[in-house]
Design a protein around this ligand. Structure first.
Ligand code: 0O2
Ligand code: 0O2
Length: 206
């Protein structure tokens, strides 16, 4: 039984704050260089106590092993403008030496049955506390604005229908996810075409 939730959750809150600064800093670095930033905005959430308890039961997690076995108590979300930006952010994270990546799940190219798409990375972060170093697990979800639009609305619909969606709704949501993905692909293509055009113009001017 966990009795002191404040003490348990404090390091996760601290890690979320530190990581929001780090990730928003990456966006600023791109802006200073006057380059396209693959990060549009960053949010975070600490899993609610009820949600932690529910997942402990569902996944049969021993309270003694909670901090090792539950990977998403600290959740960060990075919203990217374009599809390719997701993989650029993944590469930026892979190169960092302040974390140890322990898991990657590519739901961008392997969408879930619901239609959900995002790239998930779980990493270990050495947090400095008064009592010394604590290794904290952090989950980052990386997605486009269109994927976030779909996931946010699907989640809020699901909230009102805690069981499974009726078959027809499930199918419509899958189709809407496909529509959102097509929008992402089209926007990426437009961007690529514009970049190619600009390169051609540059060559002509040389
Ligand atoms: P609710 O009712 O849960 O939606 P900031 O002022 O921006 O530095 P702040 O105010 O904490 O910091 O907001 P932040 O971090 O930008 O955004 C937090 C929001 O992220 C939450 O809103 C959630 O809507 C959203 N969120 C929900 N689930 C997740 C998740 O699994 N991972 C991440 N990263 N974000 C999530 P609230 O305020 O908690 O309200
Ligand atoms: P919260 O606390 O409400 O934010 P599990 O956590 O057991 O459900 P698993 O395998 O540990 O699943 O992790 P997974 O599936 O890689 O990631 C779970 C998180 O991804 C969810 O957190 C959502 O934020 C997001 N997600 C996964 N599938 C869907 C989906 O079909 N629709 C939407 N909208 N989001 C999804 P939780 O569970 O909401 O936790």
């Amino acid at each position: 039984m966990v009795t002191d939730w404040n003490s348990l959750l404090f390091p996760y809150n601290q890690a979320a704050k530190e990581w929001k600064v780090k990730l928003r800093g990456i966006r600023e670095e791109y802006q200073i260089m006057d380059e396209h930033s693959p990060i549009e905005f960053v949010t975070s959430r600490i899993k609610s106590i009820d949600s932690i308890k529910e997942k402990m039961i569902r996944r049969d997690i021993d309270p003694e092993r909670l901090t090792e076995d539950m990977e998403d108590i600290c959740g960060l979300r990075i919203m990217c403008p374009f599809l390719d930006d997701i993989y650029q952010v993944v590469n930026i994270l892979r190169k960092r030496n302040d974390i140890e990546i322990i898991e990657e799940r590519d739901y961008v190219n392997n969408e879930k049955k619901s239609g959900y798409r995002s790239y998930h990375i779980v990493f270990r972060y050495p947090l400095q506390l008064l009592t010394g170093q604590r290794n904290i697990l952090v989950e980052i979800q990386i997605r486009t604005l269109a994927m976030n639009f779909w996931a946010t609305l699907e989640h809020s619909l699901n909230y009102k229908h805690p069981d499974v969606f009726p078959d027809d709704v499930h199918k419509r949501l899958q189709e809407d996810s496909e529509t959102a993905f097509k929008l992402d692909e089209d926007m990426s293509q437009i961007r690529k075409d514009l970049i190619d055009d600009a390169k051609k113009q540059d060559k002509k001017g040389e």
